[in-house]
Design a binder for this molecule. Structure first.
Ligand SMILES: C[S@@+](CC[C@H](N)C(=O)[O-])C[C@H]1O[C@@H](n2cnc3c(N)ncnc32)[C@H](O)[C@@H]1O
Length: 249
């Protein structure tokens, strides 16, 4: 079977009910604590309003809503449905992070791993401009690039197993360079769903963007941000975990 025959982004559509088994919200606690730390550091005390673009199931966000009032956007109706179950108090909007305009300003805008779905410089810049459009000068934008061209080591394989009741889900994730000579890489996912009745296997495909570090800085600057980077160690993360923080000029 050719990889191109695997339908893209199934986990955000017909397989969205598996999202909590693939990436359990409780596993985001450590990561979210760093986002919270930056927000507190930059915004000070108080119940500030935050906007997350590409919220997905809202797993990272679920650890921030105790302290902040959140609004969130995603391009997938199925993911908004999942997010609503986990984050009932969050105002949700269907929209594309490259173009959505809610007509409101926030103290901070967050784009977590959804930023990976920006496939070229124009997309990345458009997402940064959306963040800027929802902030006043001095407002904070936080994002977390996962891969850089300079440190890309492919192919890479990751896997994990999670259990919920009688359902055990193992995913195997293979990321490779399909040789497109553009700023994208491709990930093939296998979801092995083991229930008492037997083992079901689903396949999925994700195309994501990879850029130079310099490109991230340049495009964030172009969107109006002064940029700083903070690095962290995460327990289950085998590379440095970095937050890129933009302050709107
Ligand atoms: C990995 S999930 C986000 C998970 C989230 N960080 C969490 O903690 O649960 C990526 C999300 O990005 C969304 N997405 C992809 N492209 C988008 C776009 N152009 N605009 C808005 N959302 C987008 C997908 O629908 C998906 O829900």
């Amino acid at each position: 079977m050719d990889a191109k025959e695997i339908k893209q982004g199934r986990i955000y559509s017909e397989l969205s009910h598996l999202i909590r088994l693939i990436s359990p919200p409780e596993e985001y606690e450590e990561e979210a604590a760093h986002w919270c730390g930056v927000l507190r550091d930059k915004l000070g005390q108080g119940r500030h309003t935050i906007l997350e673009l590409g919220v997905g199931g809202g797993h990272n966000l679920s650890h921030l809503t105790f302290e902040f009032d959140a609004v969130a956007v995603d391009i997938s109706e199925a993911m908004l449905k999942e997010c609503r179950k986990l984050n009932p108090g969050v105002e949700l909007h269907l929209g594309d992070m490259r173009s959505v305009r809610l007509g409101k300003k926030f103290a901070a805008v967050l784009i977590h791993d959804a930023i990976n779905y920006m496939l070229n410089e124009a997309d990345l810049l458009a997402a940064f401009k959306t963040a800027a459009a929802h902030l006043n000068p001095g407002g904070i934008f936080i994002t977390s690039p996962e891969r850089f061209v300079e440190t890309l080591l492919l192919p890479s394989v990751e896997h994990a197993t999670h259990l919920n009741g009688e359902t055990q889900l193992t995913y195997v994730e293979y990321t490779y360079d399909p040789g497109r000579k553009d700023s994208t890489v491709e990930t093939i996912m296998f979801y092995l769903i083991h229930r008492p009745g037997g083992l079901r296997i689903e396949k999925d495909r994700h195309v994501t963007g990879v850029f130079n570090r310099e490109t991230w800085f340049r495009l964030m600057e172009e969107a109006g941000f002064s940029v700083e980077v903070r690095s962290y160690e995460l327990k289950n993360w085998n590379r440095p975990y970095e937050l890129f923080i933009g302050v709107l000029r």
